[in-house]
Ligand binder design. Structure first.
Ligand code: IPD
Ligand code: CA
Ligand code: CA
Length: 267
């Protein structure tokens, strides 16, 4: 039988080691390339970090499969078996420009069931982890169940992807929501924003298009503390394909779904 406690311990050590390597690289010159568009950045450190994890995971068990953002892992077409889902640096633009507010996001699913989620905010040295059914933790202190917050008292994570042409959501949907909530925030790293929802620093988070490696760990953290996760239509998040995303405490999530997204037709 797979021993998830041992795997979680090994994964924690790899993540902390990778985080240290990233911090050590901060004074070196970065090799920066672009991917899907001029603002979609990748660096040599994103690639090196992904390769570091793949080596560790395969050394641990050759049967484990890896879905990594930078493409050095396996081609994953089904959720059968044990699959590690990795974003080696989430928030690469922050990494390049600000040298803070970026994270390593690592999750493990077995036949589609979440077994482990880790988000490591590298510069804050905040280590979030969840073993579904056994609790969610920040630096080994257990996170509480989310408090019930109404939309009027909520702070929502939101970013500008909703105005980009192929991902557009009608401003008529979002502007009343933005006027209703207490405030909005945008941190530029989805994994950190999801971890913030799990700790109650944000009460919800909406975005138009993310990939499974952006949310595979955050989804498990949020669900463990009683939050809800789905795409904007209310369907379960895909672990194989990109998706829009709505997450939050139960009241915030339900109020947004029922009052603002009932007629949403996008993906
Ligand atoms: C990005 C960040 C960002 C989100 C983008 C992601 P990356 O990930 O999470 O906050 O808005 O959609 O692609 O490219 O820095 O790993
Ligand atoms: Ca990402
Ligand atoms: Ca990334």
């Amino acid at each position: 039988m797979t021993n998830w406690i041992n795997i979680a311990q090994a994964a924690k050590e790899w993540v902390l080691e990778a985080g240290q390597r990233i911090r050590d690289s901060l004074n070196e010159e970065l090799l920066i390339e672009t991917k899907s568009d001029a603002n979609d950045l990748v660096t040599n450190i994103d690639k090196d970090t992904e390769k570091f994890f793949i080596e560790k995971i395969k050394q641990y068990n050759l049967e484990f499969k890896i879905m990594g953002e930078e493409g050095f892992g396996d081609r994953i077409v089904s959720l059968d078996g044990v699959i590690w889902i990795l974003d080696p640096i989430d928030g690469t633009m922050n990494f390049v420009h600000q040298k803070r507010n970026f994270a390593i996001s690592l999750a493990v699913y077995e036949n589609g069931e979440g077994r482990l989620g880790i988000i490591y905010d590298v510069m804050a040295d905040d280590f979030y982890h969840v073993i579904p059914g056994s609790g969610a933790f920040l630096n080994d202190i257990r996170l509480n169940t989310l408090k019930d917050v109404t939309l009027e008292k909520a702070i929502i994570g939101l970013n500008a992807t909703w105005i980009t042409p192929n991902k557009r959501i009608d401003y008529q949907i979002l502007s009343p929501l933005v006027k209703t909530v207490r405030g909005t925030r945008s941190y530029g790293a989805a994994a950190i924003e999801l971890a913030y929802v799990a700790t109650g620093r944000l009460d919800g988070y909406i975005t138009m298009r993310l990939n499974p490696w952006d949310y595979a760990a955050g989804k498990l953290l949020i669900e463990e503390v009683g939050g809800k996760t789905s795409n904007l239509k209310g369907e379960p998040l895909s672990l194989l394909n990109p998706s829009s995303l709505l997450v939050g405490g139960p009241t915030v999530y339900d109020e947004i779904r029922e009052n603002y997204l009932k007629d949403y037709q996008g993906k």
